[in-house]
Design a protein around this ligand. Structure first.
Ligand SMILES: Cc1cc2nc3c(=O)[nH]c(=O)nc-3n(C[C@H](O)[C@H](O)[C@H](O)COP(=O)(O)OP(=O)(O)OC[C@H]3O[C@@H](n4cnc5c(N)ncnc54)[C@H](O)[C@@H]3O)c2cc1C
Length: 404
């Protein structure tokens, strides 16, 4: 077990009667709803704050589906969070009767030596996870939906599929409430960490909690201006495409696993049709688009924004009509090293920061919330959080006292 951060001084983490709650969770999107649920399951008195309601379409967690993978090329710590996430999604389903995680297998297509393929090989070597490798001929035969170019190979992760984000968030709120959590429908205007508590202010009143978990997604930087974290919201889009007439059978969950494909100078990803939702295809964030106010990010998508994804579909998935049937705007939050930010900042031991996005954080968000609950209630986590420290962006004081 790793100690996430030793807490200075002797602090009691048991319930104090004069505060409003043991734990306050600011932002109840993916990570925050996980933290609310997992804090409540642990018996903590917890209040959550959300400005736009459950499963809204103004942050990073809407759009009907998210790719789930048990292995991510970024490294063993993220893969461990994804696997912990899978166990928690199943626990959520067992407790609620809802079905949020659907396994289709996962397909990663690229050239040998590419970042996607070498990342997966490295994680497999480090963890012993079971992956299946397909050569070019097998890939063409088993997955004719994808245009395969010379030398492409694929990796299949059988423990992959898709999640239903709005349903997952709503279910976590419901279970958290069943375990005694309170939800305040309000925008938090200010978070002030103090020696022994944190003040959380809405337009109505100020709440005092013993520890605050801040999981505000693209708004994180606005709420925590006193922390030197470098979190940049980027615009991304979601688009759905219909199969060409007669090609529908190629895109069912059984035939068309969740995929990532390095091709035509892009890394595209996609999900099969399910219920009455068409094939969803996306790329990473939109170039040349700065988000200064996350609340003002447009939900509509302009034609110029769709040019890249249309080209990707036309050139790599020829059985889909490359004109999307609908699209929407979304946001991802990036750090300079593209890693998550999860932990207790050294200068503010009563705060827990959860920012696990980089365009890939939904799959492990229940686990990120669980880790947040552990940190808030004990100051430690059972997860290896070493790559995710919120202090890795802190300015360094040199021997002459200068900051750099
Ligand atoms: C287009 C797109 C595709 C993606 N695809 C995948 C994928 O396939 N697989 C995957 O694993 N991940 C994927 N991701 C990433 C994943 O969805 C995100 O990592 C995850 O949803 C981030 O969750 P979050 O809790 O950090 O942010 P959010 O879910 O946005 O939650 C933050 C919440 O905080 C609230 N909030 C902020 N400020 C305040 C305030 N002052 N007061 C009260 N409430 C506040 C917001 O309203 C919001 O609800 C994708 C993201 C995008 C945009």
């Amino acid at each position: 077990m790793l100690r996430a951060r030793s807490l200075r001084g002797s602090r009691s983490w048991s319930r104090r009667s004069e505060v409003d709650a043991q734990v306050g969770v600011v932002g109840l999107g993916a990570a925050g709803s996980g933290a609310l649920w997992r804090s409540a399951v642990r018996g903590a008195e917890v209040i959550g704050f959300e400005q736009y309601g459950s499963g809204h379409d103004r942050g990073s967690s809407h759009g009907l589906s998210r790719v789930f993978k048990s292995v991510t090329p970024q490294g063993p710590q993220e893969s461990a969070l994804a696997q912990r996430g899978a166990r928690l999604w199943r626990e959520l389903e067992a407790e609620s009767g809802e079905s949020v995680l659907h396994m289709t297998g996962g397909l990663s297509i690229g050239k040998p030596g590419s970042p996607l393929i070498t990342g997966l090989e490295k994680v497999q070597a480090e963890t012993g996870l079971e992956l299946e490798y397909l050569d070019e001929a097998d890939l063409r035969r088993r997955f004719p939906q994808h245009v395969v170019t010379d030398g492409d190979i694929a990796v299949i992760d059988p423990a992959s599929g898709y999640l239903q984000p709005e349903l997952a968030i709503r279910t976590q709120w419901n279970l958290a409430r069943a375990h005694g959590a309170r939800v305040v429908d309000a925008q938090v205007l200010e978070v002030v960490p103090r020696e022994d508590s944190v003040l959380i202010t809405t337009a109505e009143r100020t709440y005092e909690v013993q520890t605050a978990i801040i999981a505000a997604g693209a708004w994180q930087r606005t709420l925590l201006p006193f922390l030197p974290m470098q979190l940049t919201p980027r615009r991304a889009t979601l688009s759905w495409f219909a199969p060409k007439p007669g090609r529908e059978a190629l895109f069912t969950p059984e035939a068309f696993p969740a995929f990532t494909h390095e091709a035509v100078g892009e890394t595209g990803w996609g999900l099969p049709e399910f219920d009455d939702h068409r094939v969803k295809i996306g790329l990473d964030f939109t170039e040349g688009y700065e988000i200064t106010d996350p609340s003002a990010n447009k939900r509509e998508v302009e034609d110029w924004e769709l040019a890249r994804v249309r080209r990707f579909v036309a050139e790599t998935l020829p059985d889909l009509d490359p004109t999307p049937i609908h699209s929407g705007g979304c946001m991802i939050t990036m750090t300079p090293d593209e890693e998550f930010t999860i932990g207790i900042p050294a200068e503010h031991p009563r705060l827990v920061v959860l920012s696990a996005c980089s365009g890939r954080g939904f799959k492990m968000s229940a686990a990120v919330g669980d880790v947040g609950a552990e940190l808030a209630l004990t100051g430690t986590s059972s997860a290896d959080l070493s790559p995710f420290s919120p202090d890795r962006f802190a300015p360094v004081t040199t021997s002459t006292g200068a900051m750099r």
